[in-house]
Design a protein around this ligand. Structure first.
Ligand SMILES: [Zn+2]
Length: 316
């Protein structure tokens, strides 16, 4: 049995978990996140096609591990996703959750959860991800005091399956083989995902997501405006100093810089749009339209860019 994981499924799961457990958040406040996998089986293999983040735990410092208590809304999301998958010939092939900062294994609660999936679908799997394992490339020891094991090219998770569902919550479990598609090597996977983690940490916050993107868009608009204004002033100075022969060259250079700035901003905005795939299902309806509105301010600014540049060119 092998689980086949496309790159976007992996990144969605990583992003949804890292959003609640990263360097910008105090370690004591890291939260567990859980979601499901949609896909299909071919023989004994599991082909995952989509990862859906569903929920994160409430902050409770006295709580022990595995505090992913799904609300009615979360179960409703699950049934909508499942129905939608069914109409595409797919179904729920497993579930995932994070152990932020603690060892990857299956607790009794995890076994119970996995049992509910595996009873319906014997090939259903359980993925457990620890962002810190991915970042530090170490496996935490079984017992306190034992040495940590150095890893190489590790994606930060393990996949489990119960040995015998008939044993109920007493069931033992084993790890399942997997392949992550879309990367050339394991080392490349880790290197690229580390970069991705930085983007998620900085630009996909758990709180104040609107404020973050509003600030980003406003800063970009202000920077663009000052680049344009700077060009105008630069050209005016050249004229005043009788260096009108340099106007054409300076205008070309300045315009090129402005276009470069616009292109970088475009990439960053496309990234933010991509992050919307990493939201929890219940957030989507309320958050996505608002973010589209925030990002559209940039599009409106860009619409007039050519006019503004032509206007400057005409002046000199
Ligand atoms: Zn767990």
């Amino acid at each position: 049995m092998t689980v086949i994981i496309p790159k976007d499924v992996y990144l969605t799961t990583v992003a949804a978990c890292v959003r609640f457990a990263n360097k910008r958040i105090n370690k004591d406040d890291w939260l567990e996140v859980s979601g499901i996998f949609i896909g299909r089986n071919e023989g004994d293999d599991v082909y995952i096609t989509k990862s859906h983040p569903i929920m994160h735990q409430e902050l409770d410092k006295d709580a022990v591990i595995d505090q992913y208590k799904w609300s009615d809304e979360d179960y409703e999301a699950l049934s909508i996703i499942d129905d939608e998958a069914f109409s595409n010939g797919e179904f729920t092939v497993g579930w995932w959750h994070s152990h932020p900062g603690f060892k990857i294994m299956m607790s009794h609660i995890d076994i119970k959860t996995t049992l509910s999936y595996q009873t319906n679908n014997p090939l259903a799997v359980s993925l457990v991800f620890n962002p810190e394992r991915l970042v530090r490339q170490v496996e935490l020891p079984e017992k306190k005091g034992d040495p940590v094991k150095q890893l190489e090219g590790d994606p930060g998770f393990k996949i489990f399956s119960l040995d015998d569902v008939n044993k109920g919550i007493q069931a033992s479990y084993h790890t399942v083989d997997y392949v992550i598609n879309g990367f050339d090597t394991k080392e490349q996977l880790v290197a690229l995902t580390h970069k991705f983690l930085i983007d998620i940490t900085n630009m996909f916050p758990k709180d104040n997501i609107f404020g973050t993107y509003e600030k980003f868009v406003n800063n970009r608009i202000n920077e663009l405006n000052s680049l344009i204004q700077g060009t105008d002033e630069y050209l005016a100075t050249l004229m005043r100093e009788g260096a009108s022969d340099r106007v054409y060259e300076v205008l070309e250079n300045q315009t090129r810089d402005i276009r470069k700035f616009v292109a970088t901003t475009f990439i960053k905005i496309e990234n933010i749009k991509q992050f919307m795939d990493y939201l929890e299902y219940k957030e989507r309806d309320t958050i996505i339209p608002k973010i589209k509105e925030i990002l559209s301010k940039w599009d409106e600014t860009i619409e007039h860019l050519n006019e503004r540049l032509t206007e400057i060119a005409k002046k000199y």
